[in-house]
Ligand binder design. Structure first.
Ligand code: SAH
Length: 397
């Protein structure tokens, strides 16, 4: 049995928790000194000792833990977790029955009622990501619960709470059968090579599924496509399959080149017909300007924060400049796909960054399509920060 600790919530935050706010934040706590070991069950009470919610203590950069229930009588045991998992799996029925998409999110943290816990499905295998030492103390219960409610070939895990998000463990296998990697999963009929046993990343960011599909179906045909911050080239593959005349992928990481070649190859595309460049995108912009290169479609999907030898990029400070660089090498009537996964600002502010870029350069534009997280990345309406993805299709002219 886990110990249960009463923690007092100040008057300012009391109403928030009563309304369903899920994150236990430092500013809300009257007596944080009672928090000792991560994984403890927290009983949130107001200053008069009245029950507000129950949760657990787990340190993440976001906060001190998560609310799990507002029912005082709930006991957080394996059965409790099992019910949450079963509900989450039930909500993904359309994904489970779609043979064209075999990789998706099954459990999205607080959006499915258990912050800090993420579970993704990869063609029969389940990948659990633990975001704190605290949530990791539920490991045995989560795994037993998952095996009871899902048909798991095998289970893998990623611990995402080692020093500053750095990744340490080598083999992430937990139980069941071991997979063979790369494993080929499908997304709207497109193949992707993924690795569940190779560091922090699997090779594909599942949250961009709808965006990749839009590029493939509506924006790529007959076009030249520049994919910046391309990682494994997932957007480039979508564009090439959608009929792009050529794609150009640019990423600083040395591994991105072999990874991109692999993603093209598993889709039967000759990678030599495409350009794959390992370089700093800011240098690429200079090069493209000098050579007077222009593209019909330019994809911008930077990390929230990045530092290279020469440049530091922070989304909230530098997106307008990034956008200006992109505008300069986009054809008249071309489309820029502007994406960000920064949770520190919302869609309105993001649109402001785009608008500012056009104002400063003096050009016209329209937003022809916009995306946030897909439905399997369930978000809780009381926790807007959870809906971090923002993607705008911006048409020039
Ligand atoms: N668009 C990708 C995901 C991008 S992840 C996808 O859909 O899969 C961010 C990538 O940006 C990482 O691969 C990282 O290597 C790269 N990156 C960071 N700073 C960079 C820079 N200055 N120039 C080029 N690539 C950079």
């Amino acid at each position: 049995m886990k110990s249960e600790i009463s923690i007092k919530i100040n008057d300012k935050f009391k109403a928030e928790y009563a309304k369903g706010y899920p994150l236990v934040v430092k500013e809300a706590l009257e007596n944080p000194e009672v928090l000792k070991s991560e994984g403890s069950i927290l009983k949130l009470v107001d200053k008069q000792g009245r029950f507000l919610a129950k949760g657990y203590y787990g340190l993440q950069n976001k906060g001190y833990g998560w609310v799990l229930t507002r029912e005082e009588n709930d006991i957080v045991d394996q059965g409790f977790i099992e019910r949450k998992l079963a509900t989450a799996i039930g909500r993904r029925k359309p994904f489970f029955s779609d043979s064209e998409t075999t990789a998706f999110r099954v459990f999205n943290g607080e959006g499915d009622g258990f912050g800090g816990l993420i579970i993704d499905y990869y063609d029969g295998f389940y990948l659990i990501s633990w975001y704190s030492e605290g949530v990791y103390t539920f490991k045995d219960q989560v795994i037993a619960a998952l095996q009871n409610v899902a048909d798991c070939k095998g289970i893998y895990q990623k611990k995402r709470f080692d020093t500053k998000g750095q990744y340490i463990e080598e083999d992430d296998f937990v139980t069941g059968e071991r997979g063979e990697f790369p494993m080929i999963v499908k997304e709207n009929g497109v193949n992707f090579a993924v690795y569940l046993n190779d560091g922090a990343m699997t090779g594909i960011f599942l949250d961009q599924r709808d965006v990749r599909n839009a590029i493939k179906q509506k924006y790529a045909k007959g076009k030249t496509v520049l994919n910046t911050f391309s990682y494994t080239g997932a957007f480039s593959v979508a564009a090439a399959l959608g009929g792009a005349v050529k794609t150009t992928s640019v990423d600083l990481a040395k591994r991105s080149s072999s990874k991109t070649i692999e993603q093209f190859s598993v889709n039967g595309i000759d990678f030599e017909t495409q350009d794959i460049l390992v370089m700093d995108v800011f240098n690429y912009f200079k090069y493209a300007k000098r050579k007077e290169l222009k593209f019909d479609v330019v994809i911008l999907d930077p990390p929230s924060f990045a530092r290279s030898k020469k440049y530091t990029f922070s989304t909230s400070k530098d997106y307008t400049n990034l956008m200006k660089e992109a505008i300069a090498i986009t054809e008249k009537n071309g489309v820029i796909v502007a994406s960000t996964n920064s949770a520190s600002f919302g869609m309105k502010k993001f649109k402001g960054f785009i608008d500012k870029a056009f104002k400063e350069l003096g050009g016209k534009y329209s937003i022809v399509e916009e995306f946030t997280l897909p439905s399997d990345f369930r978000v809780q309406k009381e926790f807007k920060e959870g809906d971090y993805l923002k993607v705008l299709f911006v048409k020039l002219g």
